[in-house]
Design a binder for this molecule. Structure first.
Ligand SMILES: [Zn+2]
Length: 134
């Protein structure tokens, strides 16, 4: 069953339950749908543009977020030195001034992340596309 918003010629709005859009059209054409307020049978379907706009906006938002993420990944890939699994060790060295200060990227285990947090090493986690992890 599908719920449709309907409106009579006197501008009363109500909901009707139908098997399908075809069923709705058929019943409207045959005058089988009457307004519950004034028994008018000149009924038309009210489109709900709000829900359609919402869906479209969500898709666009997702797309622009995805684009931003891809740009971020490209930026990190081009401007950050890949230290792979040595990330935690390198980040600590940079943090303590034991090596040249630079932007690095790599992978960490949960334990390493915890250790970095405890050491007060600033780092940002970004989900990267697969090929960057290899
Ligand atoms: Zn009515």
């Amino acid at each position: 069953m599908i719920i449709y918003d309907l409106r009579c010629a006197n501008n009363h709005r109500f909901e009707g339950w139908f098997d399908s859009g075809d069923d709705l059209e058929c019943q409207l054409a045959q005058g089988q749908v009457a307004c519950p307020y004034c028994d008018d049978i000149c009924i038309e379907r009210v489109l709900s543009p709000v829900s359609i706009q919402k869906k479209g906006a969500a898709t666009r938002e997702l797309e622009s977020t995805f684009q931003a993420w891809r740009r971020l990944c490209d930026y990190v890939q081009e401007n950050f030195e890949d230290v792979g699994h040595n990330f935690a060790r390198e980040a600590l060295k940079v943090h303590h001034g034991q090596t040249e200060e630079r932007n690095i990227r790599g992978v960490t285990t949960e334990g390493e992340e915890k250790m970095l947090e405890e050491e007060g090493v600033p780092f940002v986690k970004i989900p990267m596309p697969q090929q960057l992890d290899s």
